[in-house]
Design a protein around this ligand. Structure first.
Ligand SMILES: [Zn+2]
Length: 145
């Protein structure tokens, strides 16, 4: 039987100037303390792009990738639904916008993996890190400071 199978009470409290802490209790015994929630959403997207580069490259030709995009969101507090950012909202804001599209037609910048990662991070609530894998071995990461 899981330790979490009994009744679990979650509550938040403040101690001095410290951030909110959430304690999960099982039979009135505190078993876990955290002060940050993180959600990670992984999406697979098929899309085309062509890059505008300062040097000759085959990447300047229109071509496609099966992008794997990993979106990290975090918050010290949960919203009224008990979430950091709804997984379905992330999907709506990213996959439904980019999947099976020519990225040059919908993004107002040179659609490198780096620029796409930054665009996603600014678009998704509570997002702090985005990984954009263009192909096996080629990944760009954008992270907020
Ligand atoms: Zn490419």
């Amino acid at each position: 039987m899981s330790i979490f199978s009994g009744k679990i009470n979650a509550f938040a409290y403040r101690i001095g100037k410290s951030p909110y802490l959430c304690t999960l209790q099982h039979d009135n015994i505190a078993i876990y303390n955290i002060n940050m929630y993180t959600v990670i959403k992984r999406l697979e997207i098929s899309a085309a792009h062509q890059l505008s580069l300062s040097y000759p490259s085959k990447c300047s030709n229109l071509h496609g990738h099966n992008w794997i995009i990993t979106i990290h969101c975090r918050s010290k507090e949960l919203n009224e639904d008990g979430m950091v950012t709804d997984f379905s909202l992330i999907k709506q804001l990213v996959k439904e916008e980019l999947d099976h599209k020519n990225l040059n037609d919908i993004l107002p910048f040179n659609p490198t993996a780096e620029n796409i990662a930054c665009w996603i991070c600014e678009r998704v609530p509570n997002c702090f890190k985005v990984e954009v894998q263009e192909s096996e071995g080629n990944t760009a990461i954008y992270e907020k400071d």
